[in-house]
Each structure stands twice: as C-alpha cells, then as structure tokens.
Design a protein around this ligand. Structure first.
Ligand SMILES: *Cc1c(COP(=O)(O)O)cnc(C)c1O
Length: 239
C-alpha cells in the first residue's frame, strides 16, 4: 500500500467509526447514512484511491476543478455530487458529469439545469440548498435559499423535464441565530424536510454535516454527510 493509500484508509476508518457510533447513539441503522467524500482541491489520483477503498460518492464545488477530475475518473463507478455555488454559464459542463446538484437555490438555475439535462439526455438529481441564516425571500452568503423559498423551488424542480427532486441540503450557518448551534440548525432542516416530503414524498434526501459536525447531522436525521478534511486532510487552499 502506498503511503497516501494507507493514510486515506486510516482517515476513512475513523470517519466510518464516527458515523457508525452516531447512528448507534441515535438508534439509526448505519445504512441510513451515506458518506460523500468532498474531494475538492485534491487530485484525481486521490479519487482513484478512494474508489479502491470503497468510496462510491464524491463531491466537488468548482466546475473548473471538477470537470477534468471527473473526466480522468470516468472509468470508475462513482456518483458525482456538485455542492458549490453554480453560475448558469457552468451548468452545461456540470451536467455532463454530475449525477446530483445539491446547490440549487434559484429558479433561473432550475431552468438552465433542465435545459442542459434534456439536451444531454440525462436525468439530474437536484437538492434545494437551504440557507438557514437568510432573511425571508433572500439568499444566503454561501448560497442557498431562505426556508420560505424552498417550496417554490421544489415545485419548479418537480415540474422541470430532466430533473428529479431528491431533497434538501444545508451548510450549518456561521452567523445568525444558528451560529455555533449545529444540532439546532440540522433539526430545523429536518422540519423543513418533513414539510417538503408531505408534498413530494420521494424527496427524502437530507444532506447535512461535514467534518466538524457530522455527529449532529446524523443525530438530527441526515441521510447524507459530506466529509472533506477528515478524510483527505486540511486543504492546501480555501475551497
Ligand atoms: C468543502 C465542503 C464540505 C466538506 O467540508 P469539510 O469541513 O472539509 O468536511 C461539505 N459541504 C460543502 C458544501 C463544502 O463546500
């Protein structure tokens, strides 16, 4: 085993242990939570090693980095999640490799994603990104729509050809009433998810929790955690 593979294997084992014990503590089955490894800023060679170690879900947040990486790993059976703020001029590229876009936060983006998915003859999974710190009717600093904007976006995705409404995503806010209160933030996301599922029963994916707060997310009921640093190491630059 190379040094890098041994390091990633050890980190993955630690993250797996954290997820498993959080599931036990919450009375949940381990299979209810899917680990997505956020590979942003790390090379395609790491994605390849992660695949050898059993990882099947990876996430990226910038199309410029993700597109060549996805191409280099096209032979691997991986589900690619896009989790970054997305400009409409990048939509066609992202749609060529992403299976799920987790950062849908405006109707204009829904329209662009739908057109690209139809054109590429793909079905694209979509999550509405919720900004728990955004004012009513506004968007968050790091993307996302305020909670009262979720239903409109969900309806738009549900009606858009080529798109599939899968559920919700959030990043725990650094400011506002939820700053430092990840568990409360994720509980709030679960409430919004319950309301969403009443009208869209298949939209049951809840993507929440990162390296620092995955326990809170699993306790609240997240179905997917997005972990970067705890698997790959501290990123060389902000990403
Ligand atoms: C980078 C990133 C993550 C992973 O964060 P870590 O703290 O490195 O685990 C999760 N979600 C999103 C949206 C990200 O941009």
């Amino acid at each position: 085993m190379t040094d890098r593979k041994a390091q990633l294997a050890a980190n993955l084992a630690q993250v797996e242990e954290r997820i498993a014990s959080s599931c036990t503590a919450a009375g949940r089955k381990r299979e209810e939570v899917t680990l997505i490894v956020v590979t942003k800023t790390y090379p395609a060679s790491d994605v390849r090693i992660l695949h050898e170690l059993g990882v099947r879900h990876v996430a990226e947040n910038r199309d410029q980095d993700a597109a060549p990486k996805a191409t280099a790993c096209a032979d691997l059976s991986l589900t690619w999640h896009f989790v970054g703020q997305l400009q409409t001029n990048k939509v066609r590229s992202v749609t060529s490799y992403a299976d799920v876009v987790q950062s849908v936060d405006r109707v204009k983006l829904v329209t662009a994603l739908s057109a690209a998915a139809v054109r590429g003859e793909r079905e694209l999974g979509c999550l509405v990104q919720v900004a728990l710190d955004a004012e009513s009717g506004a968007r968050g600093e790091r993307g996302g729509v305020a909670p009262d904007g979720v239903e409109e976006l969900a309806a738009a995705i549900g009606a858009a050809p080529g798109l599939r409404l899968d559920g919700l995503m959030t990043v725990a806010p650094l400011a506002g009433e939820y700053a430092g209160r990840q568990r409360a933030a994720f509980d709030r996301l679960m409430e919004i998810s319950s309301r969403l599922r009443a009208g869209h029963p298949a939209a049951n994916m809840v993507s929440a929790g990162m390296s620092g707060d995955l326990e809170d997310a699993v306790a609240a009921g997240a179905t997917h955690v997005r972990v970067g640093t705890a698997v790959l190491g501290v990123r060389p630059r902000l990403g």
